[in-house]
Design a protein around this ligand. Sequence first.
Ligand code: IPD
Ligand code: CA
Ligand code: CA
Ligand code: CA
Length: 246
Amino acid sequence: MREARTKILVSFNEQLDITTKTGPNDLVTNIDREVEAFYRDKIKKYYPASGIVGEESVNENTKPAVDGLLWIIDPIDGTMNFVKQRDHFASMIAVYQKDKGLRGYIYDIMQDKLYWGGADIGVYCNNEKMAPPRNKGLEGGLFGVGAPLLIKNYHNLQNVAMRSCGTRIYGCSGLQFIHVLNGQCVAYSSYLRPWDYAAGKVLAETLGLVVKTIDGKPIDMLSSSDVLVATKNAQKDITRIVQSIY
Ligand code: IPD
Ligand code: CA
Ligand code: CA
Ligand code: CA
């Protein structure tokens, strides 16, 4: 991932090849594709029996995993920020065995901070072991959210936002997971696809945080849903507000 970071930084001196996917707000660049291909090649070289799912090649045939491992890649998370801001984006990899997350890696490229770990080793920021964040309730901290959920008030999230100390929208699920890992936010909720949350889920659960759907159900890995990562207390507070509309 450090090699990938160098490729990304070098790309700032070059012309990006930017194309749209589903619409003007959904971009992909040559760097997204190149970083994903780079990770794929490395994984195939060192773990040839593994399965691989990546955002930019999700329709390619994934070889059945002989070793039972599934690698989930988001080469650049926050592509819009990467293109428009040259900042506030991440690169993410997760390793799962069936539904069990073994390792998660979220690399905040511009801060040069790699958050990584798993249940058996704990969570590290670069070489420093992280302590679990304090178990604050919703009223004790900031609420991170994806813009569409908040704007459309899905799940009563405007009320959730009003009950928190304030709302934060960064357009990068990896960074928003990091904010909950290190206690800068008490919760984050957004509509996410597997590569948006796979790494964050491993790290968050290792630190004693809750990762569920916004209505409190277990996450069905490899499907997309409105995901909530939160401290235990904030999750209870949010579930109460979300369920009050039903
Ligand atoms: C996006 C970001 C964003 C989230 C979107 C994702 P991408 O990832 O994580 O925060 O709200 O749903 O698609 O496409 O830039 O990797
Ligand atoms: Ca994308
Ligand atoms: Ca993403
Ligand atoms: Ca991406």
